[in-house]
Design a protein around this ligand. Structure first.
Ligand code: NAI
Ligand code: 15L
Length: 268
């Protein structure tokens, strides 16, 4: 049966807030969790991924989990270790103990951020491209994908790892023209990841059907994902403001963009 009750971790964050608005229309009942309280959501669970008892209670009885919680930018290894590496492990342990069958894991393009971006007629980057994390943050996403594979092989707990590009209401940079995932397409992809059968551990790229796309969406489409959006209508204005990507600039040369040279730092 298709999952109905879904735990959304990281529900107070940017993507969590977008998905709280969009996923209920697919019929999901969302249980919300975040370290921070969520305004107007008195039933949301306020808990840290370090709190194993709280996680066990939070996952009890849900059909699936969308795991967005964690540090979403670069930070010290110690902070990333606690929130993203240990935190994701704690969540998977709770899911295993409570018999949850599927996780949708918010991985990131930064797990492969040091991969040179395609130019000209180069082929799109496949999901099987070797991991090349561009930050400790990307390294934690790489770990999360391996953790997901391990829990599938060892315990039969399924995961779709979504290597999200940039999911924001609109693209705001020339790089984002290639990696943007519209919120509507994000919800479509999460819905496909929750409902496709027999996913085992599947890695997919998360973006819209952008004209300037850098990576291959085949494995996402195989889940039933049909992206509806393309960043191209934003292209002329962004390129007029910022110029085309400069092949000689290292911040423009890799999938991870400026995370390679000057990553944004988690402010907490
Ligand atoms: P965000 O930083 O806005 O939200 C993350 C949320 O996780 C925050 O509300 C924060 O309070 C919560 N959190 C952090 N540490 C926690 C802990 N120890 N326990 C419980 N909650 C904790 O990030 P955003 O943009 O919403 O991203 C969501 C997820 O998707 C993240 O895992 C991020 O790495 C991933 N992602 C997002 C992309 C995007 O374009 N928004 C791109 C690629 C990956
Ligand atoms: C990410 O992984 C970040 O969480 C998000 O804030 C964006 O910076 C995105 O990657 C990106 O690559 O644009």
């Amino acid at each position: 049966p298709a999952p109905r009750t879904v735990l959304l971790t990281g529900a107070a964050g940017g993507l969590g807030t977008l998905m709280r608005g969009l996923l209920p229309r697919y019929g999901y009942e969302l249980r919300l969790l975040d370290l921070r309280p969520i305004e107007d959501e008195p039933d949301a669970i306020t808990a840290d991924l370090a709190d194993r008892d709280a996680l066990r209670e939070a996952v009890r009885g849900v059909d699936a989990i969308i795991h967005l919680a964690g540090i979403s930018l670069e930070s010290t290894f110690e902070k990333i270790l606690k929130a993203n590496i240990e935190g994701t492990y704690h969540l998977y342990e709770a899911a295993r103990e409570e018999g949850v069958r599927r996780v949708v894991f918010a991985s990131s393009n930064h797990a492969v951020g040091y991969t040179p971006r395609p130019r000209g007629d180069d082929p799109l980057i496949p999901v099987c491209t070797p991991r090349r994390p561009d930050t400790f943050y990307g390294l934690s996403k790489s770990f999360g994908e391996d953790l997901a594979q391990f829990y599938w092989d060892k315990h039969g707990l399924e995961t779709v790892s979504v290597r999200i590009g940039s999911c924001f209401p609109e693209p705001t940079s020339v790089r984002m023209l290639s990696v943007w995932m519209s919120p509507g397409d994000g919800a479509r992809l999460f819905h496909a990841a929750l409902t496709a059968e027999n996913v085992g551990h599947t890695v997919v790229h998360g973006s819209s059907a952008n004209t300037r796309l850098w990576w291959d969406l085949t494995s996402a489409r195989a889940l039933g994902y049909e992206p509806q959006d393309d960043s191209e209508p934003y292209a002329a204005e962004l390129i007029a403001e910022q110029g085309e990507l400069d092949p000689g600039n290292p911040a423009h040369a890799y999938l991870g963009g400026h995370f390679v040279t000057d990553p944004p730092i988690w402010p907490y």
